[in-house]
Design a protein around this ligand. Structure first.
Ligand code: IVH
Length: 700
């Protein structure tokens, strides 16, 4: 085709060209839709390319004809900096899990109880027996926003409230409609935000990894990671080259257009409506009038999941009546009106080549399986935990065995047992060590525990773990000190305990591989800044057995300094038990820790290095401070964490928790399956009820 010179902007665009451009846009979008959403193209790739080229040609002559929904505009310029933040029109919730049919039935029982208690006798409980079941796609949640039918913004889920603006990348995903379809007389809503799942089909993922390998590039562990990487590219042309797909399943925001229509009232209608607007929607959703059929449909996909072109990690059962679902509210981040039916652990068999031993932060000995590499659900596994030596003996696992390796959800892969039938007789029995492989100390078993322990608190085998824990985000939060660097520092003899971090010098670091001026300075600054961390974080960092955040906060609040804590704890564990949030097990452990000579030496060393955070000790009589001071709570039902943890948290915020509702109760916190008597009492006494979410909000 001969190139025509670009028209000057003063030239009026001939009407025929305007019309041709509009026709081409509509035509190309239609073929795009047929190809990427319906999987049913009606023209050849060459014909499609010819249409696209003609439109490009026109737009380069008359740039004023370019519209944001033009199919030529899918791939834009790279973002100069990171992604901007986007506040979602409403919280992007998660889902509660069910692992078997019984869990799903229990979910329905809870719904019935809840509906009767809160929605009143008048509510129509038959709506509880109308379900839509959909695949639970193992991808990444995205939120797509359309203004008057034109795609204007795409965002990641983020923390559910605020996500990242990845509009440019989502434009590059071909199944994301740039303009909504106007089926029949339908006008698109003035504003529409839709939730969907972006993912990479399994076949495309495998092809991508092959290509990555051939190019000597990093491969991806599973389709989900590959999709996540693609969506977070700063250059949309890279996203465009990754074969991402989308399936949409919910409306999160809706403002009517000129015809004043209202959003669909059921999930089933939602899927249909989204389909009509041109969104890709799953074909395997089904509607059921009773729970057992819904469960059976979910269960049938435990097998059928492998026939799907994409990974699913379960099915989702949703109440069809969206208004009812809305009224049922949510527990934590999980809406009551839907539940994920998670599939059982995925497994594979492989050969156990050897067992190596690692040592945990607290000295616990962990046997690890060295495996012949095996793929489970898109991940290659070469190591798995064997839990402990009791477990090995119980399952009669031997070196050389063919073993079943399981990977369930996000848990660490583990060896579930040997395939006895595959034994050759050459397998070797695994005997537990009697001495620590790192320091030679005789190993002990603590009463009631299965793990073996190395009791040497200064064992070099646990030094790296101890230091990694100390610098971790829940403790001193020293950025830039990953496990590799910790290992480097230990190897170079620069640190032998956590206090040594604070006497590191720039010259020390510059001598290490891959350390230049800037990186060294950054690390030293981060270490220096950690001196200002609050006391409770230091207490967490010291890795006292059983002491997590709740106990650490309680100890910090009571004693105000490490010295005071050590003094009191070594005097008597009983003194500690009087503290809310510290039981006998924690008290005993802290006391044992406080009495150790090495503890005192370490604390003295930390102090000399300038690490000695202090805070006002509250003492036992002191008045509570914090956002919840003066509030008394009663808890009923199941919340997102065990009752004790929630109670400890309330106390850490200055509030009080009691067991029964009285006129002194400020709020009744209601979780799942709450006790009827407490709710009744609260109603009688006019005590307001709140959700866990509202409780957390009170403390902000
Ligand atoms: S519904 C209130 N439906 O699974 C709506 N979620 O583990 C709650 N997911 O965060 C979500 N496929 O990202 C829903 N058909 C589907 C889904 C689905 C995948 C994801 C979603 C959610 C996660 C929960």
């Amino acid at each position: 085709m001969s190139r025509s010179p670009a028209a000057s902007s003063a030239d009026p665009v001939p009407q025929s060209v305007v019309e041709r451009a509009a026709w081409l846009r509509a035509e190309i979008n239609e073929h795009n839709y047929r190809y990427h959403v319906l999987d049913a193209p009606i023209i050849s790739d060459a014909e499609f390319d010819a249409l696209l080229n003609e439109l490009r040609e026109i737009e380069s002559r008359y740039p004023e004809l370019i519209t944001p929904d033009s199919p030529t505009q899918r791939v834009g310029a790279p973002a100069a900096e990171g992604f901007a933040k986007v506040r979602h029109p409403q919280p992007i919730l998660s889902l509660g899990n069910a692992f078997d049919a019984a869990d799903v039935r229990a979910w329905r029982d809870r719904l019935i109880k809840y509906a009767q208690q809160y929605l009143g006798a008048s509510s129509d409980l038959s709506a509880l027996d109308d379900y839509v079941v959909e695949p639970k796609i193992d991808g990444l949640t995205v939120v797509l926003t359309y203004a008057d039918g034109v795609f204007v913004q795409g965002a990641t889920r983020g923390d559910g409230l605020v996500g990242e603006d990845i509009t440019a990348n989502l434009r590059a995903v071909k199944s994301v409609p740039l303009a909504l379809r106007r089926e029949g007389a339908m006008t698109p809503p003035a504003r529409l935000s839709v939730r969907g799942e972006a993912f990479m089909p399994i076949a495309d993922f495998e092809k991508l990894n092959q290509a990555q390998r051939a190019a000597g590039e990093r491969t991806f562990a599973n389709p989900r990671n590959a999709a996540a990487g693609a969506l977070r590219q700063l250059d949309p042309s890279l996203t465009a080259r990754r074969p991402l797909r989308l399936l949409c399943y919910a409306i999160v925001d809706f403002a009517p257009g000129a015809d004043g229509q209202t959003p669909p009232r059921t999930q089933w209608e939602t899927l249909d409506y989204l389909r009509q607007l041109g969104f890709p929607v799953t074909h395997i959703a089904q509607r059921f009038g009773d729970l057992e059929s819904a469960i059976a449909y979910c269960a049938s996909y435990v097998e059928k999941r492998d026939d799907l072109p994409f990974e699913i990690d379960g099915m989702v059962i949703k109440l069809n009546d969206l208004e009812l679902a809305q009224r049922l509210g949510y527990v934590g981040k999980d809406p009551r009106g839907a539940i994920a039916f998670k599939f059982p652990a995925r497994e594979a068999t492989t050969i156990l080549k050897d067992v190596n031993v690692t040592i945990g932060r607290t000295g616990n000995i962990v046997p690890n399986a060295v495996l012949e590499p095996v793929h489970i659900g898109g991940i290659t596994i070469t190591n798995a935990t064997l839990h402990n030596y009791d477990d090995i003996a119980r399952k009669d696992i031997r070196i050389g065995d063919r073993v079943i390796v399981k990977r369930a959800g996000d848990v660490i892969p583990y060896v579930a047992g040997p395939v006895i039938a595959a034994r050759t007789g050459r397998e070797r029995i695994i005997t537990p060590p009697t001495e620590c492989p790192f320091c030679g100390t005789a190993l002990v078993r603590r009463e009631g525990e299965v793990a073996l322990y190395c009791t040497n608190a200064d064992c070099p085998g646990r030094l790296d773990r101890a230091i990694s824990h100390f610098v971790g985000s829940s403790a001193m939060d020293i950025a830039g000190l990953g496990e590799k660097i910790v290992a480097q520092l230990i190897e170079a003899g620069l640190i032998a305990d956590v206090a040594d971090l604070y006497t590191l010098k720039k010259e020390d670091l510059l001598g290490l591989e891959k350390f230049a001026e800037r990186k060294a300075q950054k690390l030293l600054d981060a270490i220096e800044a950690s001196k200002r961390q609050p006391l409770y974080r230091l207490i967490i960092g010291l890795g006292i057995r059983h002491v997590g955040e709740v106990a650490a906060r309680a100890l910090a609040d009571r004693f105000g300094s490490l010295d005071a804590l050590v003094q009191a704890a070594s005097a008597s564990p009983e003194a500690l038990q009087a503290i809310e949030g510290v039981g006998p097990v924690i008290a005993e452990s802290v006391s044992e820790w406080a009495k150790r000579e090495s503890t005192r030496a370490l604390i003295a060393k930390l102090k000399r290095a300038g690490v000695d955070p202090r805070q006002a000790a509250r003492g036992s009589q002191a008045k509570a401070e914090g956002p919840l001071a003066g509030y008394t709570f009663v808890i009923t039902g199941t919340l997102s964490q065990p009752r004790e943890a929630i109670a400890a948290w309330i106390e850490s915020q200055g509030g009080k928790v009691t067991d029964s509702v009285s006129k002194n109760t400020t709020y009744l916190v209601v979780g799942d399956a709450p006790g009827a008597s407490k709710i009744k009492k609260a109603q009688q006494l006019n005590v307001p009820t709140i959700s866990e979410e509202e409780l957390r909000r009170l403390a902000r």
